[in-house]
Design a protein around this ligand. Structure first.
Ligand SMILES: O=C(O)CCC(=O)C(=O)O
Ligand SMILES: [Fe+2]
Length: 367
């Protein structure tokens, strides 16, 4: 483990030696997920099927009928695809990855101080630091309780893109944070462009009548976009004996999520009762559909179940972007009661707090 002092204390010793007095807690457990079994340890060397995730060329999806057909198949059968020709400079991606690595290698205490004391409920922090769970409140603090035995071996920075301009004043003088902010702004701009273009192409494949909605921005609102930057520690030999997970099985609540990862394996998707690796390939982004896209498409398309395995060879970094419908935009489709993203988010927060897991779309299905 590089810079052990940079990790949350619980990650510094093998899980078998951890005491159970962990103060943060939660789990966003998928109700369909079975308890991890000894033979389902989330490790890297298992004999999972190799990946065959479809590849989509962004340049072609608006105009090329064949690519539109492939996009439709990818959304229907997988809910995830690799994106090529996306126009995001490789240099920007690698600079952002480098900067994130530098920030994560600061001491745990420094990260806690730097990122957790600068927000209020009316103005949430632009960047907040969390670990052990991906389940956060909209303003970026940890939601609910974590079962210490099911800690997600991940730490992250939650970046509210709409708050980044204010962040400028807070970080002035800190060169590292200021260049992180500048890179995030540029990256966020590219992600919003991609989400819009992909969404447009997806609506086309659905032959959706946009008159059903007052405007498309109800379904996909740029102001909701946020970024999560993750570091997954390399796990130690002793931890292999335990069921270690990087990130537990879940579906995203978003319309669209866009991911870039360093060259370290971990992400897996669930299809036809099997887990598939989504291997990192240089200069490709991974796009997955979330719950809101599934509802908008009236279940034609899938919000894909995915998870991240712990890796015993290397640290893994990933940067995920999520875009949502406007809070008050009503989603209407015959399989669901009309609902807004605000309703959905409130229900998810309630379920995670009271039940310990996200129930998700089932809550809004018509009987
Ligand atoms: O780190 C990854 O590859 C995936 C993260 C993820 O699934 C999420 O943040 O929802
Ligand atoms: Fe996810």
């Amino acid at each position: 483990m590089n810079h052990p002092e940079s990790y949350p204390p619980v990650f510094r010793k093998p899980i078998s030696e951890s005491d159970d007095q962990v103060t943060i807690t939660t789990t966003l457990k998928n109700p369909e997920e079975e308890e991890p079994k000894r033979d389902d340890i989330f490790l890297q060397d298992s004999s999972d099927p190799v990946e065959v995730v479809p590849v989509i060329d962004l340049q072609d999806i608006i105009t090329n009928l064949e690519q539109q057909h492939q996009l439709e198949e990818a959304c229907r059968d997988w809910g995830i695809f690799r994106l090529v020709n996306h126009g995001v400079p490789l240099k920007l991606i690698s600079q952002l990855q480098d900067q994130a690595q530098k920030i994560f290698s600061m001491s745990f205490e420094a990260k806690q101080t730097l990122f957790n004391n600068n927000g209020s409920s009316s103005t949430p922090a632009a960047v907040s630091y969390f670990w052990g769970t991906p389940a956060l409140t909209p303003s970026g603090s940890v939601l609910g309780k974590v079962d210490p035995k099911k800690i997600n071996w991940v730490e992250g920075l939650n970046v509210l893109l709409s708050q980044l301009s204010d962040y400028h004043d807070q970080v002035s003088g800190d060169t590292m944070l200021d260049s992180f902010r500048v890179l995030l702004e540029e990256y966020g701009g590219h992600m919003a462009r991609l989400a819009r273009e992909i969404f447009e192409a997806i609506l086309k494949t659905l032959n959706m009548d946009s008159k059903q909605y007052n405007s498309k921005s109800q379904l996909l609102s740029e102001s909701t976009g946020f970024v999560r930057v993750y570091r997954y520690p390399k796990i130690s030999k002793a931890d292999e004996e335990e069921a270690v997970i990087g990130m537990q099985v879940h579906t995203d609540s978003s319309v669209i999520s866009i991911l870039n990862q360093n060259q370290v394996d971990g992400l897996e998707v669930f299809k036809d009762d099997k887990w598939f690796h989504v291997r990192p390939i240089l200069n490709e982004l991974i796009v997955n559909l979330g719950d809101m896209m599934q509802a908008i498409s009236n279940d034609e398309y899938v919000s894909v179940k995915h998870r991240v395995k712990a890796n015993k060879h290397d640290e893994r970094f990933s940067i995920c972007y999520f875009m949502f419908p406007a809070e008050d935009g009503v989603i209407r489709s015959s399989k669901y009661k009309p609902f807004t993203y605000k309703d959905f988010q409130a229900q998810v927060q309630h379920d995670v707090k009271t039940l310990g897991f996200k129930v998700g779309l089932e809550r809004f299905k018509n009987p």
